[in-house]
Ligand binder design. Structure first.
Ligand code: MLT
Ligand code: ZN
Length: 468
């Protein structure tokens, strides 16, 4: 292996400058680390580096500047926008060896971790102290906290707790220039100028490599119940949401269609109701006392009386709650074999009814020949629209047709003041549509900011926007 690195003098120099650094360049490794869950680009990295310390990350960044080699920072690579794809001879810098808890502070209620720690391990570490890190989503076992921060990941509990951005008390990053920045240091109050911590969150590895994070923790929620509702039409969705939100403390409010359910059922899950229904909602809510339980029943009955809900089931045990959640959380995996083209869009909740009416008509008209699966975080104004590739169609042609429709969708989003990426990031997939959500002046400023933090453009080049 060492011989192979010697053939590329740049890698030989890296190994010499950073003797403890682990390098990989087997074809299987290049393939594994060079892609994320998008599967649209053929991975082609130069090599994979696996630093074990902040010093080693800094050394790799300095080397990359010397040799003008691009770096793709890499967490669990569960991203859906191509942010972690390395298809042009980049070095993938995987944080997977930097996966430990560094400190728990009981007074500050913070947990400081290395960036490669999987989200689920963060949850477990918090629960050892009877606290929670409340950001959560289905890929919890595979994604890493550093990747979550780079994307400003959202998930299923944003309605109650907000997204990743709200829970980061401090960040240590290595910038593209090779500087180590210790940002905000866990402070609650800090009005001392620009907040670079927040700038790094959601920057998709284009400004700095997140190496450590100090996470805010909070109390576990009151006991909760999970309810699955069957709805007769899409039009009533926002009414059911308003009825439930007015009466209960919602922890989650997610919807999916019969199409989505069928794909999860094909994997072995049990149909929740005797009959099929066009739409479903899975909602989790606090039931700390009798009044709260009564309120949930009242909301349910109110929706039934109005004909907005046709059926419902409430979890009687933790195992049943998990089964109900699986019907929603299993969707992404069940669709993966169809190479879905994913839209991840958001508008303000108040705008949702008008926006939904418009895009339902648009997509019904533009996608008569494809299966379109709708689901998502309706309580946050965030929809996932997955278009499934027919077996007999070339992927490039399928993507071309979907991109034409995304242009129209993006134009609708602009009119409604929405976003082309609610929580998956821009990466490569949404890059052509960034202009639908951010003004020309904003994008010019983003380019300027990138030049300040990454003067030689070595960090994740070509992601989010093209440097120009
Ligand atoms: C989800 O909500 O399940 C995730 O954002 C993943 C996806 O959209 O496929
Ligand atoms: Zn989502």
């Amino acid at each position: 292996m060492f011989l192979q690195f010697m053939i590329d003098s740049r890698l030989a120099d890296l190994q010499q400058a950073t003797p403890g650094l682990r390098l990989k360049a087997d074809p299987a490794d290049l393939e594994h680390y060079g892609r994320d869950w998008t599967r649209r680009w053929a991975p082609k990295p130069l090599a994979i580096v696996l630093p074990g310390s902040v010093d080693e990350v800094q050394s790799v960044v300095r080397w990359a500047n010397r040799h003008h080699v691009a770096i793709v920072p890499s967490g669990g690579r569960t991203g859906l926008s191509g942010g972690a794809v390395a298809a042009h001879g980049e070095v993938v810098l995987s944080l997977e060896r930097m996966n430990k808890v560094l400190e728990f502070d009981a007074v500050d209620r913070t947990l400081t971790v290395q960036a490669g720690m999987p989200l689920e391990a963060v949850h477990n570490a918090a629960s050892e102290h009877r606290l929670i890190y409340p950001v959560d989503f289905a890929s919890r076992g595979s994604c890493s906290i550093g990747g979550n921060i780079a994307t400003n990941a959202g998930g299923i509990r944003v309605i109650r707790y907000g997204g990743t951005r709200e829970w980061i008390a401090g960040l240590k990053v290595v910038t593209g220039a090779g500087d180590v920045l210790d940002l905000n240091r866990g402070l609650i109050k800090n009005s001392s100028g620009y907040d670079f911590r927040q700038l790094m969150i959601g920057s998709e590895g284009t400004l700095g490599i997140v190496v450590e994070a100090t996470l805010r923790l909070t109390d576990p929620p009151l006991p909760t119940n999970v309810m699955l509702l069957a709805l007769p039409s899409f039009d009533v969705l926002m009414r059911v949401f308003s009825a439930f939100r007015a009466r209960m403390q919602l922890e989650a409010f997610e919807f999916f269609t019969e199409h989505a359910l069928c794909h999860v059922l094909a994997g072995g899950a049990q149909r929740p109701f005797e009959m099929s229904h066009p739409y479903y909602v899975v909602t989790e809510f606090a039931v700390g006392d009798e009044a709260m339980e009564a309120a949930s029943m009242e909301a349910f009955e109110f929706c039934m009386e109005n004909g907005w809900v046709e059926d419902g089931v409430i979890s009687q045990s933790a195992a049943q709650a998990e089964q109900l959640w699986h019907l929603r959380e299993g969707i992404t995996e069940s669709l993966a074999p169809y190479k879905p083209y994913k839209n991840d869009i958001s508008v303000r909740i108040s705008t949702m009814p008008a926006f939904l009416e418009e895009i339902q008509a648009l997509l019904g008209h533009e996608y008569p020949h494809f299966e379109v699966v709708w689901f998502g975080h309706i309580g946050d104004g965030n929809l996932h629209i997955n278009v499934l590739k027919p077996d007999d169609m070339e992927n490039a042609e399928f993507v071309r047709q979907c991109e034409r429709v995304t242009e129209l969708l993006a134009e609708t989003l602009t009119r409604h003041g929405g976003s082309i990426s609610a929580e998956h990031g821009i990466g490569l997939v949404k890059k052509p549509y960034l202009v639908s959500t951010r003004s020309t002046a904003e994008i010019a400023l983003m380019r300027g900011v990138k030049r300040v933090f990454d003067p030689n453009g070595i960090l994740n080049p070509g992601k989010v926007f093209d440097e120009g």
